[in-house]
Design a binder for this molecule. Sequence first.
Ligand SMILES: [Zn+2]
Length: 186
Amino acid sequence: MNAIIVSPWVEAPRSYAEPLYAVSRALAHRHPETQVHGLLGGEYGYGQHFENAVFEMHPYYWGDCTCGFDDREHAHYLTINQSPDYDTERAAFLASDRHAKECPVGWPNFRHKPSGFELRWYKYIGRGMEMNREVSAAELAEICAECIASLAVVDAVVEAPALPAGGAPALPAGGAPALPAGGAPA
Ligand SMILES: [Zn+2]
């Protein structure tokens, strides 16, 4: 896609990778089988598909739009790219159309549900990060701490009752029932 994106997103400082990396590491320890691995991103740099009541995380998506939005966006761009009202028309289009919920292109790499804070990275945590609004380092640290704490709640409330009596020898250590590889959130 070559169109210029009108975006309110702001660049995130490189140091903001650290608390996000901690969330990814905490997820990796709980769900080692769904962690996405690679060389350049480091052991936890890619994150994994995960969602609970507090936050969601999705690795960088390498594929194409699956919902048709990119085609509609491109077609619309061609109709307005010489227009003196480009910015207005572009904003109106983006306000009226977007990627479908099922389309991975539209997923943020990280979203904190209570605050609506979203962050995206390019390929791996720390690279080309943008966020949907400014947050202070202290606020981000608080958000990420809440995400990590929420993992313990999920263990206790949701997953523990589902374990078969007498333990769950088939599960990996510290593991949870596997999500489908590369799977989407419900
Ligand atoms: Zn799409």
